[in-house]
Design a protein around this ligand. Structure first.
Ligand SMILES: Cc1cc2nc3c(=O)[nH]c(=O)nc-3n(C[C@H](O)[C@H](O)[C@H](O)COP(=O)(O)OP(=O)(O)OC[C@H]3O[C@@H](n4cnc5c(N)ncnc54)[C@H](O)[C@@H]3O)c2cc1C
Length: 441
């Protein structure tokens, strides 16, 4: 048996389904795909990160007697060329977004593929309601995962050491520059390993339930980017956290991740269309969208969130909810515009979590915030950034102002010593407009 082990969003050798199912002779590969890379800016932060992780995977594979062939070409061409070398099949993990599914369909024409649900704990194809339909609402889905919760420790795959490497020409590892990218500064936490991050996070677990909402508290795990690229498996994360008595709120979030992948699997059109049968007359105001992207809306919490995001590629979950609500309700701009902007810049961008979260915020998802519950950004900043520490850290011109003024609509604009953009929309009027537009839909 000669197998290709195609690493994609599972860049690890521990708890790896494809390694565990490999037999005899194997060729582990990674493909830098120009279809994907050509969509990205040369300064995209994520490519440098993935590049380093691919090299790390190569040396980890070498430590178990294997190696990684790295290609920079279209998957179609890579497999068409490999097909001439007598391979039996490709082993890889599932990928549910639209491009990935189309790509895999094409590759299957060239060589048989065996896919494993290795990026998730639940197989969406088989995990159904009692009436054999997919879950659409989180709470019943969450309850249905009680069997996982109860199991306390999930079985993981051992790393095999008996596989034989098929020799390949390793003379041409593409450089990051030859892929068209330059190294960008990354947040410090991305230089840690997932295990080190979990060690740092465990003392915070007790207060996670409360702290995870507060913008100025470093209370979450920061594992999303690592889970996205499969540097650690969700089972491994579960096993490390589950034994702690306070683990439930965290595991619930991990199950949210499962749920969103599950939704994309069963409702693939949700990548492009409202999941709910609702028609909203969205605003086409490009200027408003530009000001939102640049953090120039005149609302300090929105502006701080977006400016920080543009500088780092990182955004706190609470801030994501606030800026998404503001864009889709106060500015009445289509969630797809915001989703695309996040997709282009988020370090932890994951199609399923991003699409479902945007549809949640826009009240267009199957299990979404009710359209009449529009976040007031000032109330949110008052509650979750009480002393305006986060806002002041990003917007230095507001540093001398009392927090109360920052959390009051038009408060910063009323200060004659501060030069700050006017609000592009009033909060109450825009909220009323949104509710009316959703009622009509
Ligand atoms: C508009 C919007 C867009 C989002 N886009 C993404 C995205 O592209 N990729 C992404 O991974 N998450 C996304 N999220 C969810 C959430 O914001 C991030 O997962 C979280 O902020 C990552 O930080 P953390 O790893 O410290 O999370 P923790 O709080 O430590 O949570 C642990 C893990 O659980 C998962 N998780 C936590 N919250 C959620 C959630 N609400 N939905 C799904 N999974 C969750 C993540 O994998 C996370 O790493 C989005 C949320 C919103 C509101």
């Amino acid at each position: 048996m000669r197998q290709i082990l195609w690493f994609r969003r599972d860049l690890r050798i521990t708890d790896s389904a494809i390694l565990a199912h490999a037999r005899d002779e194997v060729l582990p590969i990674f493909i830098f795909d120009p279809h994907i890379l050509s969509q990205l800016e040369p300064t995209d932060r994520r490519v440098g990160f993935i590049y380093r992780q691919v090299l790390r995977l190569k040396s980890e594979l070498q430590s178990v007697g294997l190696d990684l062939a790295i290609f920079y070409d279209t998957p179609e061409r890579v497999f068409a060329q490999l097909q001439t070398q007598g391979f039996d099949e490709i082993l890889c993990s599932v990928d549910y977004d639209d491009y990935a599914k189309k790509r895999d369909k094409q590759i299957e024409q060239i060589m048989p593929m065996r896919r494993f649900t290795d990026s998730y704990m639940v197989d969406p194809a088989t995990h159904l309601t009692q009436s054999h339909t997919p879950y659409k609402v989180f709470t019943p889905f969450y309850k249905s995962l009680f069997f996982l919760w109860e199991s306390n420790q999930l079985e993981t795959y051992p790393t095999p050491r008996h596989l034989r490497l098929i020799p390949f020409d390793d003379a041409t590892i593409p450089s990051l520059e030859s892929l068209g990218f330059t190294e960008q500064p990354l947040p410090d936490f991305l230089s840690l390993t997932p295990d080190e991050l979990i060690d740092e996070f465990i003392p915070k677990l007790k207060k996670y339930h409360h702290d995870r909402d507060f913008i100025n508290i470093d209370g979450t795990s920061k594992l999303a980017t690592f889970l996205r690229f499969g540097l650690i498996s969700p089972r491994e994360v579960f096993n490390r956290i589950r034994p702690y008595t306070e683990s439930k709120p965290f595991i619930r979030q991990l199950f949210f991740r499962e749920f969103y992948a599950y939704l994309l699997y069963h409702f693939p059109h949700s990548e492009f269309e409202n999941q709910k049968p609702i028609k909203v007359e969205w605003s086409q105001n490009q200027e408003h969208f530009k000001l939102w992207c640049e953090g120039q809306t005149g609302v300090p919490i929105i502006d701080a969130a977006m400016r920080h995001f543009n500088q780092t590629g990182v955004m706190h979950n609470r801030l994501r909810m606030i800026v998404a609500s503001y864009l889709t309700k106060n500015l009445l701009i289509d969630w797809r515009w915001g989703e695309r902007y996040f997709a282009a810049h988020l370090l932890d961008y994951d199609a399923s979590a991003n699409i479902a979260s945007w549809q949640w915020a826009a009240s267009t998802g199957s299990d979404a915030v009710p359209y009449f519950r529009v976040f007031n950004p000032y109330t949110q900043s008052q509650k979750f950034d009480k002393e305006a520490e986060f806002i002041k850290s990003v917007i230095p011109e507001l540093r001398e102002l009392p927090a109360k003024k920052i959390h009051t609509e038009n408060g910063v604009q009323s200060d004659i010593f501060v030069d700050y953009p006017e609000q592009i929309v009033g909060i109450k009027a825009s909220r009323d407009r949104a509710i009316a537009a959703f009622q009509e839909g």
